[in-house]
Design a protein around this ligand. Structure first.
Ligand code: ADP
Ligand code: MG
Length: 323
């Protein structure tokens, strides 16, 4: 049973960035307005995430790490909405099965908090603990008990790059939440939750990139597209960078990637690649997210219409700016 649990956990958690994503998702679900992420050695040695969300009572936290334990009701109509992305109740059970985890948590209305230490799925300690309202989850030695998995991890630098990308996407998707990412004690990313996407781009993509971004708004009956695309003269390296959110969730979509490029095609100097931050809002019933927890590749029931709308939206904003 232990082995099966570890294999299942490896399905959900591929690398340190998967832990970061799942824990940030939980903090967002807990209503946090501030999320702090500290990592060491690309997250392989240590990942610490602290939020100021609703916290958990002792009874809740002792349930939370069990498989399929979730406080988030899955209504039938939720099943085909994007809000049920990923597997339910698998994250904490997976992470605690393959790492050494310490959870410190306190609901704001309770006086005492709880500390729970779980190593490889086994509770080592439960005690009262003084802590600020909210939750902190400290994950150490990821895959310490699954050496075969651990071997597949890349260098600290590469794993940190995956974490940075994950945090950047989640921070851009949630401009109302403050995010800080710290690696080896030094800040890597910081965004104050000003609830302003442009501000978030200044903080996360840098002022030079943000200044080169053109605001875009395009709507049809079925869906709205809002966001920013870069002016063709922005030279930002050797590949395009698309930050895509569907109903506020960070996702990827080949169709939309292609559409952004196509919208740019005629305007783009050779060797220049666009940066785009696009937020799509549409009926969740029209969206299908790959059920695999690690992937966020999205499909639309009207794939072609969505792609065409993105092409037109990009062409429109570029031509409005005389390009
Ligand atoms: P899911 O998010 O799908 O419910 P998880 O395994 O990620 O499953 O979390 C299990 C449960 O633990 C959640 O439903 C929630 O009740 C609780 N939980 C996890 N993280 C937090 C947090 N940061 N703040 C408050 N509650 C949390
Ligand atoms: Mg979760």
């Amino acid at each position: 049973k232990d082995t099966i649990n570890k294999i299942a956990a490896g399905e959900v958690i591929e690398r340190p960035a998967s832990v970061v994503k799942e824990l940030i998702d939980n903090s967002i679900d807990a209503g946090a307005t501030e999320i702090r992420i500290e990592v060491e050695k690309g997250g392989k040695h240590s990942i610490l995430i602290r939020d100021n969300g609703c916290g958990m009572s002792r009874a809740d936290v002792l349930l939370a790490y069990k498989k399929h334990a979730t406080s988030k009701l899955t209504k039938i109509e939720d099943l085909d909405t994007i809000s049920t992305m990923g597997f339910r109740g698998e994250a904490l059970s997976s992470i605690t099965a393959i790492a050494k985890v310490e959870i410190l948590t306190r609901p704001p209305e309770e006086i005492a908090g709880t500390k729970v230490v779980i190593h490889g799925g086994k509770v080592e300690e439960t005690s009262d603990a003084g802590t600020a309202p909210g939750t902190s989850v400290h994950v150490r030695d990821l895959f310490y008990n699954t050496p075969a998995r651990r071997k597949y991890l890349k260098t600290d630098r590469t794993e940190l790059a995956h974490i940075t990308d994950t945090v950047m996407r989640l921070a851009l998707a949630n401009p109302g939440i403050s995010f800080v990412l710290i690696s080896e004690g030094k800040p890597v990313l910081r965004n104050t939750g000003s609830n302003d996407l442009f501000n978030s781009m200044v903080n996360l993509l840098g002022p030079e990139t943000a200044r080169a971004m053109l605001p875009l708004e395009y709507g049809t009956e079925e869906f709205q597209i809002r966001g920013y695309v870069s002016k063709p003269e922005l030279n930002r390296g050797d590949s395009d960078q698309l930050f895509l959110f569907v109903n506020t969730r960070p996702v990827t979509s080949k169709t939309i990637n292609t559409a952004v490029r196509e919208g740019y095609y005629t305007k783009m100097p050779k060797g220049r690649y666009p940066v785009a931050v696009l937020s799509l809002t549409l009926d969740p019933g029209e969206v299908d997210v790959n059920v695999h927890p690690r992937k966020a590749e999205v499909r639309f029931s009207r794939e072609k219409e969505v792609g065409d709308a993105v092409i037109r939206a990009v062409e429109k904003v570029l031509s409005e700016h005389g390009l």
